[in-house]
Ligand binder design. Structure first.
Ligand SMILES: [Zn+2]
Length: 340
């Protein structure tokens, strides 16, 4: 496993120290699988101020389509040939078609009736149950013999800084024959890796990271947790890899609970930095993709300038797809480790 990086240095004359020369380090890291680059730079303390949540949330429930009195009335239904009952329901969680789909089979799953759940109050059981509901949808799609039943994906945008247009916690759930950009490039690269090395990249990564320890967080069941070597998030990315699992369809309810438990640990750690928003994506192979392993990324979202509401994505990320992480992932790991 090749963890490649290029170290750089900038020299400035420091105005707060009589223009004395100051050296500022930075590093370009290459993702060991795809070669995608990520810059560790722009170093600052990982500390943000949480907003006044009451001010942020109050009134938003009035227009919320996912609140209990509205969700069964104003959300759409699937056609009979796919889901005869229209929507899938589990306790107070509801899965229905996405009114703004980005693929043939797009759904939204509400994570229960509670309109606003602070990040540290989202129970692992609630997350696991919503994942299971998404799993039920994926099995229906597969049973229907649908041509889009190839990659079964769950994405989560929690709170507006992560791209959520609603406060009410919900998941994006979709099945597609067309893997999204980065997932596709990972799948192609892991196939090449197996052909070249005769081993599974993800198995090798988990073994190496577990042994090295500097980015490793812990294990929940057969899910291994670690910091990504070349993160996309400004405060790092938490990576979880499932042993022996190729696709989402192979995950059991026990796996879902183990995934949910790890996610809540990451949330608790990032909450201490003042972060209250994140993205999470499933990365899955197709059913027979022996070259890959199911994994997910949890990426905290925050601001470059919180007072101005400046998002943590600028031109470098947006148009070059070049990431900036404001601390070494190994140091962020030390900030997260106590939760795992
Ligand atoms: Zn709501």
């Amino acid at each position: 496993m090749n963890f490649q990086s290029i170290r750089k240095e900038s020299i400035i004359l420091n105005p707060v120290k009589d223009m004395a020369r100051k050296t500022i380090p930075s590093e370009i890291r290459f993702d060991p699988l795809t070669g995608r680059t990520s810059r560790i730079c722009h170093f600052m303390k990982l500390r943000w101020e949480k907003p006044d949540f009451e001010k942020l949330v109050t009134g938003t429930e009035k227009y919320c389509p996912f609140c209990p009195e509205k969700v069964m009335k104003i959300t759409p239904c699937f056609p009979q040939e796919l889901i005869p009952e229209g929507r899938l329901v589990s306790d107070d969680m509801v899965l229905f078609p996405n009114i703004a789909p980005y693929d043939t089979l797009g759904a939204v799953a509400t994570m229960g009736s509670r309109h606003y759940i602070p990040m540290t109050e989202i129970e692992p059981e609630r997350i696991a149950k919503t994942f299971s509901l998404a799993g039920d949808f994926f099995r229906r799609v597969k049973a229907a013999g649908h041509p889009e039943s190839v990659y079964h994906i769950v994405n989560w945008n929690y709170m507006p800084p992560a791209g959520s247009s609603l406060i009410h916690p919900h998941l994006q759930v979709f099945s597609t024959a067309d893997a999204p950009n980065l997932m596709r490039s990972e799948l192609n690269a892991s196939k090449r890796y197996l052909e070249t090395h005769g081993s599974n990249y993800w198995d090798d990564l988990v073994r190496t990271e577990t042994e090295k320890g500097e980015r490793f967080l812990g294990k929940t069941g057969r899910i291994s947790w670690m910091m990504a070597y070349a993160p996309m998030g400004t405060a790092g990315d938490v990576l979880a890899v499932a042993d022996d699992v190729r696709s989402t369809l192979e995950l059991t309810d026990e796996d879902f609970l183990n995934i949910a438990t790890g996610l809540t640990r990451a949330m608790a750690a990032y909450d201490r930095m003042g972060i209250y928003s994140f993205n999470m994506n499933f990365f899955t192979g197709a059913e027979t993709d022996d070259h890959t392993r199911f994994h997910l990324l949890f990426s905290p979202r925050t601001f470059f300038n919180q007072a101005l509401g400046t998002p943590d994505i600028g031109a470098l990320q947006r148009l070059f797809n070049e990431s900036i992480c404001m601390a070494f992932p190994e140091d962020i790991r030390d900030m997260l480790k106590s939760e795992f």
